[in-house]
Design a protein around this ligand. Structure first.
Ligand SMILES: CC(C)(COP(=O)(O)OP(=O)(O)OC[C@H]1O[C@@H](n2cnc3c(N)ncnc32)[C@H](O)[C@@H]1OP(=O)(O)O)[C@@H](O)C(=O)NCCC(=O)NCCS
Length: 197
């Protein structure tokens, strides 16, 4: 009798702190592929699809932390943590959300994976690196995602983030997600469905 076993083959992924000289070109190439593949990200309204414009867009914020995923020697994804944009701060305030984290909310930003590598756990590894950093710094990650980014919304839901509400932004309806896992050092009991969870 023969037995068949499903084996998941994961590519070797290295998560590395972003360095302009080493990673910028590859990150912009991945962005160009992403825009060509699905047309949604980065938002067309914000930036045209040229290497120069994508470079400016990628580096447009002062990141508190920034990482890339390297797959088979190529930059295949990127994530950064920044101070929250005013739209996110305002949305959370409007929802009555107050962060229990000692240093408050930080924003997950510029999170993407090369479309030829998606669905293999690369995004999850980038996300973990960014979250480890945020928690270590006593910050609670949050983000806003446009309603049309279905893969991203599903991803956040599966990765312990809680959808706390939505607001109308320049790109249409945005859903706000907040890290739902309380750090024990914040001295709060986990509770599902609220910001302090
Ligand atoms: C959101 C995004 C970064 C996720 O990246 P990713 O590398 O595909 O993420 P993962 O592979 O870790 O997870 C994606 C899915 O693959 C599945 N997966 C993970 N590892 C897998 C494996 N070894 N084999 C098969 N499937 C796997 C996960 O279960 C997940 O499924 P789910 O979404 O139904 O939960 C990516 O979809 C993306 O770049 N989207 C466009 C840009 C964007 O919208 N960014 C967010 C803006 S707010």
């Amino acid at each position: 009798m023969s037995e068949s076993t499903n084996v998941l083959v994961r590519p070797a992924v290295e998560i590395a702190p972003f360095q302009d000289g080493q990673h910028l070109h590859g990150a912009v190439e991945a962005l160009l592929k992403l825009r060509r593949a699905e047309g949604l990200y980065p938002p067309q309204r914000d930036v045209e699809a040229t290497p120069t414009a994508f470079t400016g867009w990628l580096l447009s914020e002062d990141a508190l932390g920034r990482w890339v995923a390297i797959v088979d020697g190529q930059v295949a994804g990127h994530i950064s943590i920044t101070a929250p944009h005013p739209y996110l701060t305002e949305a959370l305030a409007g929802m009555g959300q107050v962060s229990p984290a000692p240093h408050g909310i930080c924003e997950v930003s510029k999170f993407f994976v090369d479309p030829t590598v998606q669905g293999k756990g690369t995004g999850a590894q980038l996300f973990e690196a960014a979250f480890r950093f945020a928690r270590r710094e006593g910050m609670q990650p949050a983000l806003a995602v446009v309603s049309t980014s279905l893969a991203a919304r599903r991803f956040y839901d599966r990765h312990g983030m809680i959808e706390t509400g939505s607001f109308q932004g320049i790109h249409g309806e945005n859903f706000v997600f907040v890290d739902g896992v309380s750090d024990p050092s914040w001295g709060l009991e986990p509770a599902v469905g609220v910001l302090t969870a």
